[in-house]
Design a protein around this ligand. Structure first.
Ligand code: SF4
Length: 445
């Protein structure tokens, strides 16, 4: 979501005549888009911003801004740590960045006194509709599309409802128009983004034929010519009903990949986290999806070391994690976030215990992921090529429908194409492959 917000701001700035440079060393303006989900992310951003402010000594016209969740969370208090910041822009004000910059640059060019820090953090009606710009000059084979903002849940560890505000959906027609324009510009894959994506517009749009607004949106995106793959992130077990599960059976463009946050395998901890489902319900949804798409790849989020998590609770998480057999996972060691309902509980689980629990899950994940990748050796996978691989001349990176990264010797012509590749080698994180289409091999010579 942050990546999408950053790209939208970059596109808005390009539209106003700014150019995006490759290196921050060449930039006259640096904007840091920040995350608050863990304390570590905030400390990293503060450190980075502190380092960047030193550039003002050499270049008094250098402009530094902080935007996004940390700006929203810390607001004016950020100036205590970073008094030289020029801009502090909250999550509902990304679209105001170009105007704020214009104003600041005009003042600096007018040789007037350095303007005060602009702090823009108010909630704004309709701000969810402003994250829609894409850089028309940049071909995006795979694009993120923000369909909503905010969250109405109250998970006890989570700062997102504070930083992103209440759930607000974009109109379906506008989302469809945005994706049609992306498809016309070469995009083949879209990932629909929302804090709880399956809750999309449940208050704004009616259910039709027992289909939720999110399922209706999936159907409309599926009908867009040129779009070959659809993904979404992140859904919540609440509201993950049969109408959505059936989409995996009847919408072939919907990839067999699902990111589905579990958070814990212990019902006691799920309750303490204020996650309104049981591990049994979570498993039941996965079983239903696997019944209609047996080859689905599933990733998840897990927090270890939530206050009060006993060895027995963790054992339930370990067991569920192993038994479900996730193909990918984001594993988090709990950290206290301000103004959450879990804040008063403190952070009683020792760091070493959290590290050990994290490592147990990492080992399981590595085992499952490697086994799943090795099973693909000698099979042919459809790969969507995204661009040159980081290493290896003539090597290109693409992804399978299951979101596995594949490296193949190919040609630039194949970027943006769906091409069959035979998998030849596998590690836990990456597949190596070779083109199998007749004629493709000769073209790469
Ligand atoms: S569902 Fe829970 S974890 Fe996800 S954004 Fe909302 S409050 Fe945070």
């Amino acid at each position: 979501m942050n990546e999408r917000d950053s790209d939208a701001v970059a596109a808005m700035l390009r539209g106003k005549g700014y150019s995006i440079v490759e290196s921050e060393l060449d930039a006259d303006v640096v904007l840091l888009n920040t995350c608050s989900v863990r304390d570590q992310a905030e400390q990293k951003a503060i450190g980075k911003a502190g380092h960047l402010t030193k550039r003002k000594r050499k270049n008094p016209n250098f402009i530094l801004g902080v935007m996004g969740c940390m700006a929203q969370n810390r607001g004016n208090d950020l100036l205590d740590r970073l008094p030289d910041l020029d801009l502090i822009v909250g999550t509902q004000k990304f679209h105001r960045v170009p105007d704020h910059l214009d104003h600041m640059i005009a003042t600096l060019q007018g040789q007037g006194p350095r303007p005060d820090t602009i702090v823009d953090l108010e909630a704004e009606d309709g701000s969810q509709n402003t994250i829609k710009s894409h850089d028309a000059d940049k071909q995006q084979v795979s694009a993120f599309v923000s369909i909503m903002q905010g969250c109405n849940m109250k998970c006890s560890y989570c700062i997102v409802p504070k930083t992103r505000g209440a759930e607000r959906a974009r109109p379906m027609d506008e989302i469809v128009a945005e994706i049609e324009a992306l498809a016309a510009n070469g995009t083949r894959e879209v990932t629909l983004l929302g804090q709880i994506v399956n809750q999309y517009a449940v208050r704004e749009f009616p259910f039709v034929d027992k289909k939720s607004p999110f399922v209706q949106l999936l159907e409309r995106v599926h009908a867009i010519e040129g779009i070959e793959r659809i993904r979404f992130t992140s859904p919540h077990p609440v509201g993950f009903k049969d109408d959505l599960i059936e989409c995996y059976a009847r919408l072939p463009k919907l990839c067999e990949y699902l990111h589905f946050p579990m958070q814990s395998g212990s019902n006691r901890i799920l309750k303490a986290m204020r996650r309104p489902y049981t591990i049994e319900k979570f498993r039941e949804i996965i079983a239903k999806i696997r019944a209609v798409r047996p080859d689905v790849y599933i990733s998840t989020d897990v927090i270890v070391g939530f206050p009060g998590e006993t060895d027995a609770d963790f054992e339930l998480t370990r067991h569920a994690f192993d038994e479900i057999g996730f193909d990918m996972a984001y594993l988090f060691k709990y950290s206290v976030r301000p103004d959450t309902t879990a804040e008063p509980l403190g952070d009683p689980i020792p760091k070493a215990v959290k590290e050990a629990r994290n490592q147990v899950l990492l080992d399981i994940l590595g085992r499952h992921s490697l086994a799943r990748n090795e099973a693909l050796i000698d099979t042919v996978e459809e790969v969507l090529f995204e661009g040159p691989a980081k290493r290896g001349e003539g090597m290109f990176m693409g992804r399978t429908r299951g979101h596995r990264k594949v490296i193949v010797k190919a040609t630039p012509r194949l970027v943006g194409q769906l091409v069959p590749a035979r998998i030849t080698e596998a590690t836990a994180s990456t597949l190596m492959g070779e083109l199998v289409l007749e004629g493709m091999e000769s073209e790469q010579d």
